[in-house]
Design a protein around this ligand. Structure first.
Ligand code: PBG
Length: 326
């Protein structure tokens, strides 16, 4: 054969690494941590092998374990001791996230991000205010504007507790602007916002809803999270968050939405984050348990693909395992 181009020449050991286009490193990864105010023992999360809900006074130990693998950043989710109609434990100064963050930031060097949402704190499990008895009505939806104030209070309470960055995830219109304004007013102009800018109404969040006890008690989240059928709408969502002052733009989930990660990467110069969600983690574990897939190889390939698509940061339940390998 008279072939001049033989791409295989560059696939051999020795040259492979030199021509590799994408790098994955522990400093790209953010590990989720679940802190549970209702327990004084660690509780394994059945649908997410290797992950646990930890009591508040083990939050520091949990973060230290993560740091040992080389992962420097965590995102904290809270399971409160009680829920109510408004979700008032979300912004309580002594709430579960506030307490855990205070301890983590005092005792470790981790970069601490907090998820700002109400779904783990409301009895109805939705991400904002629901008008009383609205669940009897077919047109149920979260009230957008009254929710903004509660999200802003929650973000400020996280910053007061020492959070390095806040990450609003409720898909409330105007949430980034409302939070930016409140943080600035309260003297937290230095706290950046990582917006869950393009967050889809995805069935891949299933295991998380067990983990954080945040499943909606009725209805679903189609009224506020995005339709998986849409991609141009994601650009509009991201644009709005950029106008309102978002510092980091997140796409969620990651693997089924790599086209969106790429679109956002191409259209904006902000750092782009992708959330490799609970279902993406659980399905690899389930297949590996059956002996159908190699867990570490598929996890590594997944994260590499997310970076290749254009993400700078990846939120992932694989953070510790993959950082250990790196
Ligand atoms: C809170 C929130 C959710 C996730 C992150 N923040 C749940 C949801 O929107 O239903 C999902 C994370 C995952 O599945 O790993 N709103």
């Amino acid at each position: 054969m008279d072939l001049t181009a033989r791409p295989r020449r560059l696939r051999r050991d020795g040259i492979r690494g030199l021509v590799s286009e994408t790098d994955l490193s522990a400093s790209d990864l953010i590990a989720p941590v679940f802190v549970d105010a209702t327990t004084d023992e660690r509780i394994p999360i059945g649908s997410m092998p290797g992950h646990e809900r930890v009591p508040i006074d083990e939050a520091v130990d949990r973060v230290a374990e993560i740091r040992e693998t080389g992962v420097e950043a965590v995102i904290v989710f809270g399971i409160p001791e009680s829920k109510d109609a408004e979700g008032s434990r979300a912004w309580a100064a002594e709430g579960v996230v506030q307490e855990a963050v205070r301890q983590i930031t005092t005792e470790t060097d981790a970069y601490v991000i907090t998820d700002v949402c109400l779904c783990e704190y409301t009895e109805h499990g939705h991400c904002g205010v629901i008008e009383p008895h609205a669940h009897d009505e077919p047109t149920l939806t979260v009230e957008n504007d009254p929710t903004l104030e509660l999200l802003a209070k929650t973000a400020v309470s996280h910053a007061e507790a020492g959070a390095d960055m806040v990450a609003p995830s409720s898909m409330t219109d105007g949430m980034v602007g409302a939070i930016r304004e409140a943080l600035d007013e309260e003297g937290h102009a230095d706290v950046p916002i990582m917006s869950y800018a393009a967050k889809y109404e995805s069935a891949f969040y299933g295991p998380f809803r067990d983990a954080a006890d945040g499943a909606p008690a009725f209805g679903d989240r189609r009224h506020y999270q995005m339709d998986p059928a849409n991609s141009r709408e994601a650009i509009r969502e991201v644009e709005l968050d950029v106008e309102q002052g978002a510092d980091v733009l997140m796409v969620k989930p990651a693997l089924p939405y790599l086209d969106i990660v790429r679109d956002v990467r191409e259209r904006f110069d902000h750092p782009v984050a992708a959330y490799n969600v609970s279902g993406e983690y659980a399905m690899l574990h389930a297949a590996a348990e059956k002996g159908w897939l190699d867990l570490e190889e598929t996890a590594y390939e997944s994260l590499l693909s997310i970076k290749r698509a254009g993400a700078d940061l990846i939120l992932t339940y694989f953070a510790e395992d993959i950082a250990d390998r790196l």
